[in-house]
Write a protein that binds this ligand. Sequence first.
Ligand code: SF4
Length: 564
Amino acid sequence: MRCPPEQVKHFLKGERISPGPRIDPARGRFEASLFAQNQLKNQAFIGNSRGVLEPPLGARGGPSPAALLVDSAASEVPLSFERSSMSTRRFHLRTHGCQMNSHDSEKVANLLLHEGYLESARLESADLVILNTCSIREKAEHKLYSELGALREWKLAASGRLLGVGGCVAQQEGDALLRRFAHLDFVFGTHNLRLVPAMAAAALRGQRGARVEESRDLARFDLPARHPAFESATPGRAFLTVMEGCDLFCSFCIVPTTRGREISRPAASILEEARRLADSGVRELTLLGQTVNAYGRHDLRRGVGAQAGTVAFAELLSRIDAIPGIERIRYTSPHPSFFDADLIAAHGELRALCPHVHLPLQSGSDRVLADMRRRYRVSEYRAVVAALRRARPDLAITTDLIVAFPGESEADFCDTLALMRELGFADSYSFKYSPRPGTAAARRSDPVDPVEAQRRLESLQALQRQLTLEAHRRRVGERTQVLAIGPSRRGGRQWSGRDPYHRVVNFAAADRALAPGDLLELTIAEATPHSLIGEWPASASSTASASPVRIDGRRADEPRSAGA
Ligand code: SF4
């Protein structure tokens, strides 16, 4: 059996929208926050779309291990350091990977701001460059190595410049990165974000170092409140980590190695952070975790929830829902195995829980799912979707899919296409399988032919584009609420935002003075395969009502108070 070939372009494109401080469209160009751009761009890789591994490229160069000062000095440095020595330094952060990585970058940026650094959107004006890396797919890892090579010139162009690497590649490679790249100053793993300012200070004194040890210490979640200079980067929206790590070991996935085992934060500390964010003007919270709905499960199973301070995930959602000011709650990425009755019911009951779930499927074939060690069958996945839709009939479901997993037959692939049609995914993130060293699937000897793998990817993406367009067309004429993100890449006075279903809505700002974080009421006027086109409803055409109502109830032409 062969599926009909379909010609497609990749429909998945990273967004490059530029949120930032208040913008008057009449006043011309908007200075983008690179940080916020990264946050948006990287939504193309949501939690569980786990592709996989690639050995380090080429021969390792750089000085011999003996010549390196690795770790020993860094392990001695305090968590903080002399602020005055850093007060005029600027950092430039580049993020690759998933939303968890984007959020880790936010945490690092926040720490550096608290230490007196300023953020620089431009490489040339930075004294410290940090690359936050992803190893989920071969391509991301390749990109890091070429980027690191290219940064040698920047590093050597002026004295005092520092280069650091964090994230999943850093976690895997550790001090090997220092040996390979002589111009690299420090490497920090996914559990060591708090050490970044101290490692930068040590590097300034000539001490290179790598800190990649895993930690079960919950203190790693307790970071300073958002710095005032940071708050403007993502107005109205914030990520909030509720758990980290994964115990599931899908056969293709490197995450349990790079992020460690599951660990859940106490609910009290999550709620405190949520309240702080709400007080600072955040209206949309996205709860993060590698398997976010596994939150607290081990504590509950062992009967030690009270001791650990954790609760069931549905209960956590309910408590966040009760926080005044939080208008939208999202969570990503859940695992299909951890939807209990309470979590499903929450989708029909909680005021702020958005009508969207990103539910990774990976394959529509039971045989492939078993080979992937996904721990559910298609029938179980289908049952979760049906239950969620019973609880919330307008729910939009997006997913992650991997094509050409080793041994995937044409029939398996067709099963995936059939399930996509049946469930009507609003969107999906899809990848060709690529082996990640250290994972079970990397040892398999039955790869799918690369040409065939590409054909499958294109066919699947063509189908998704069609499904997305159909879903978008069904919404034309509907009123929707859009959280403004910033001017769109199209330029002019086009803006972009997200609706409750997590769809991108583009719209003309016209002569309205908008600010990222504004909550707007728009009508869907047009559908495209990638986004929706919104327009101001007829009732907003008069001068009196032309200004959008903001999340805080003010009209858009009223001044925004400091910190809002
Ligand atoms: S469930 Fe865990 S192991 Fe499986 S894809 Fe997600 S993060 Fe990776």
